[in-house]
Design a protein around this ligand. Structure first.
Ligand SMILES: [Zn+2]
Length: 84
């Protein structure tokens, strides 16, 4: 298993999320070409909000792109990661 260390200034973003969703490089490049890559990634797999939150924690939820955080918030997630 390869443990990737996040470079200091780089916040988790949709690319990290796409990675968590097991999309390959090619698909991530496709997401990159879209107008709203974050939303495209969020809608690319059918996952529960809890699963999404687990992934956000994995990529550094509190540094994750605002759009991802806002989206989760708008879904009124009740998981432990969101309720504190
Ligand atoms: Zn949550």
């Amino acid at each position: 298993m390869i443990i990737k260390l996040a470079p200091p200034k780089r916040a988790g973003n949709y690319k990290d999320l796409a990675d968590q969703l097991k999309w390959d490089k090619e698909k991530i490049l496709y997401f990159e070409s879209l107008k709203n890559p974050t939303e495209a990634v969020l809608l690319s797999r059918t996952i529960t909000l809890e699963e999404l939150c687990t992934m956000l924690v994995a990529i550094g939820k509190y540094d994750a792109e605002l759009l991802i955080k806002e989206w989760v918030k708008s879904q009124d997630c009740k998981c432990t990661a969101c309720s504190n």
